[in-house]
Structure formats: structure tokens, C-alpha cells
Design a protein around this ligand. Structure first.
Ligand code: HSE
Length: 403
């Protein structure tokens, strides 16, 4: 029998509890017949009405010092004390599984190294894409490939908001409130709408793909707070949608180009049809070509199902470290911001004549707003796009187009 603990009884933690209770037989079959028994739930709040209130503790040391507990699910979120708790547990020889992308993106390199040294596991399937299997597929099934690029809709909240704007003409604020009420949003919604959550997730995927830690601080990140109903209507007129994309491209020189930004996606791309809270991650490998992973990127049971799968895997690999890890690079591995060219969709109050003088060949889009020009440029580097846009009288919107 494997004894496990949950740290944090919020949306995901209570989902982990529910799945362990309701799918006990299935979990035991998957864990080679070993029963998964929940011994503790750590939370600073009181849960006196809970049917198993005796499982709750406010003392981290109850878990740390209990030699029977072999696997702990850290689903508390935030950096501290999650980092200190995880480090102590790994050092004590317990495996830890997590949905905490902030922690994995910030301290993953160190925590994975400690886990390896102690012959235990630090698994983080739920940290990217909620319930979508992506970490193991990238680590195992795609291992024969050099990964060339990753383009993902990695944040359910912003995808839900944009979708509500596109499909139902809802305002940004109303759609955000809906997402919060449904339990998709982070505790601080700025992490979602300003792109930080997606940034941490693409940093994790890029680290996994390159084998070297990609520091999320090095990824240019822009959220969706400046996207308006006019922008999404223009995109619709172009047979496209606006999505928040986490993008990473891997050069043969070992350099990683990565960016998070709202992008215009043509409707012939499979990413364009990813609606609501769904996430999708398109991975391009040099042998397999494009593969897309799709599913619920947020929410209680989808995310908890990935955490529980990690618990089962950790039980199966007790005292055997699976080599999922990346290293701190000896030198800067980030490519220059101009390493990748995008076409840009631009709205300006300047004249079409000036647009053509500055940008040369470009494709104009029918006006939705009076007295402005809207157009798509030829592929440009970021510096080229910025320099040319600075010559326009006034830029209303400038969005990359994902080719
Ligand atoms: N706030 C995140 C999202 C939750 O909306 O995708 C899952 O990481």
C-alpha cells in the first residue's frame, strides 16, 4: 500500500481527493496492484464539515516526518512555501508531483536535480495544459525527434475570454468574471490576462524540448488586455481569430527563440478551432512533423487527473528516478528577438498611401472602423516591424500573424 499526501485543498487539491476516492480500483490496477491511500491533507484552513476531517493537518512536519508517506501532491500554488516544502520532501526521499507551473518554471532545474540525486521523482504533468498529456509524450513518445517548434494555446482563461468576445460579443471584463466564477483563473487573474501563466508554461516546454533551462524572464511576454472587440472583428473579416500563443523555436545552433503574445491565426490552422477553456499544443518534430495535443487546459477534475496520474507513476517508480530533467545552460541560449520573422496585422489612423510608402507590399483588409487603414505586412523581424510602425502617424493595433 502506498501512502500519499495532498498539500493544498483548493480547486485542484479537492479534485485529487475526489479522484483518489472514486477511482480507487482503477488507480490500484494502474499502480501494479498497489493501493493508493491518502494519509494527510495539508491546508491552513479548517474543513470541519469534511467527511474525512481527520485527514487534515496544518503541520507540514506531519507529512515530512512520516516515513510511511512516499508520494506528495503539491497543489498549493505560488512559490513560497511550496518551494521550501517540495525541497524538504525530495531531500527526505519522497517523490513530489505538482500542478504548480510557477514553481517548476522557477525552481524546476534545482528540484529535478535533487530528485535525481535522491533517486525519487519530481513529476509535473499537470503544470502545462491541465489535463492534456504533454510532458510525458514530449519526454517519451517524441524522444526520437529534434523538436523544431512549439506553438500552444496554453492558458484556458484567456482563451475563454477571447472566445466569448469572438463568439458572443462579450466585453473583456464580463468574460473574465465568468472564467473566475468557473474556477479557471489563477488566484491573481493578472497572471492569466497578462500572459505570465502562458509564459511559464512555454518556458517549461522549451526547457523540456531543449534539455536546457529556458528562463521565463527571458521570454518577451504580452497578454490580451489590449485586445478589443474591433480587433477580433477585423480578424473574423480576415477569416481568422485572435489567440494568445506561447511560441518556441529551436535552432540547430542550440538557440531558443520564444515569445508569448496574442496572434492572428487563420481559420485553416487547427489552433483556430480551439474554443473556450480548451488548450492545444502543436509540436513540430524533425521526424514526426506536426502533432497536436488538445483538451481541457484548466478546471478541477481535468487538472487533478494529471496530478493523480503522476501519483500513480511515482508509486510505480518508487525508489527509481525517471530521468525527466533539464540542465542550467553554461551560456545564454536565447536567440535574438529578430531571429524569427512574422507577418504583422496592423491598424493605423494613417493613410493607405503612407502605409504603402513605409511597408511596401502589404495586404489591405476592409475597414471595420472609419478613418483607419488595416493591413497585413510581409514577414518582418520584430525590429523591422517596430521601426516601420514608428513611422506611421498612429498605430491602433499591431499583432503577429502565426504562419
Ligand atoms: N489559470 C490557468 C488557465 C489554470 O487559465 O489556464 C491552468 O494552469
Amino acid at each position: 500500500m502506498a501512502k500519499v499526501a495532498i498539500m493544498g485543498y483548493g480547486t485542484v487539491g479537492s479534485g485529487v481527493y475526489d479522484i483518489i476516492k472514486t477511482n480507487a480500483d482503477k488507480l490500484s490496477r494502474s499502480a501494479n496492484g498497489e493501493t493508493v491511500e491518502l494519509k494527510y491533507i495539508l491546508d491552513i484552513r479548517d474543513f470541519d464539515d469534511h467527511p474525512e476531517k481527520e485527514l487534515f493537518t496544518k503541520e507540514f512536519n506531519d507529512i515530512l516526518n512520516d516515513s510511511e508517506v512516499s508520494v506528495v501532491a503539491e497543489v498549493m500554488g505560488g512559490l513560497h512555501p511550496a518551494y521550501e516544502f517540495t525541497k524538504s520532501l525530495l531531500e527526505a526521499g519522497k517523490s513530489v508531483v505538482t500542478s504548480n507551473k510557477e514553481l517548476v518554471a522557477t525552481y524546476g532545474t534545482e528540484l529535478l536535480e535533487i530528485a535525481r540525486g535522491k533517486n525519487v521523482n519530481y513529476f509535473f504533468e499537470a503544470s502545462v495544459g491541465g489535463g492534456i498529456p504533454i510532458i510525458r509524450p514530449m519526454h517519451q513518445c517524441l524522444t526520437a525527434n529534434n523538436i523544431e517548434k512549439i506553438a500552444g494555446i496554453l492558458n484556458g482563461t484567456t482563451n475563454y475570454i477571447l472566445n466569448q468576445m469572438i463568439k458572443n460579443g462579450k466585453t473583456f471584463e464580463t468574460a473574465l468574471k465568468d472564467a473566475q466564477n468557473k474556477g479557471f483563473a489563477e488566484r491573481n487573474p493578472a497572471a492569466d490576462i497578462e500572459g505570465h501563466d502562458a509564459c511559464r508554461k512555454i518556458a517549461i516546454l522549451a526547457s523540456l524540448a531543449s534539455g536546457k533551462m529556458v528562463d521565463y524572464n527571458d521570454i518577451d511576454t504580452e497578454g490580451i488586455t489590449n485586445i478589443t472587440l474591433d480587433d477580433v472583428n477585423y480578424a473574423a473579416a480576415m477569416d481568422a481569430v485572435v489567440k494568445l500563443i506561447g511560441y518556441a523555436q529551436f535552432g540547430e545552433d542550440g538557440k531558443v527563440y520564444s515569445i508569448v503574445s496574442p496572434m492572428v491565426i487563420k481559420n485553416d490552422s487547427p489552433l483556430s478551432g480551439v474554443d473556450g477553456v480548451m488548450n492545444a499544443i502543436m509540436v513540430t518534430g524533425d521526424c514526426v512533423g506536426n502533432v497536436m495535443f488538445y483538451g481541457a487546459g484548466a478546471g478541477k477534475l481535468p487538472t487533478a487527473s494529471a496530478v493523480v496520474a503522476d501519483i500513480v507513476d511515482a508509486v510505480k517508480h518508487n525508489e527509481r528516478s525517471k530521468k525527466i530533467f533539464w540542465e542550467k545552460p553554461a551560456e545564454n541560449i536565447m536567440a535574438d528577438k529578430d531571429a524569427k520573422k512574422f507577418a504583422y496585422f496592423i491598424r493605423t489612423t494613417d493613410s493607405a498611401e503612407n502605409v504603402q510608402k513605409i511597408f511596401g507590399k502589404c495586404e489591405f483588409v476592409d475597414n471595420i472602423v472609419d478613418n483607419e487603414s488595416a493591413f497585413v505586412t510581409a514577414p518582418l523581424t520584430q525590429s523591422e516591424a517596430d521601426e516601420k510602425a514608428a513611422k506611421l502617424g498612429n498605430v491602433v493595433t499591431k499583432l503577429r500573424v502565426l504562419g
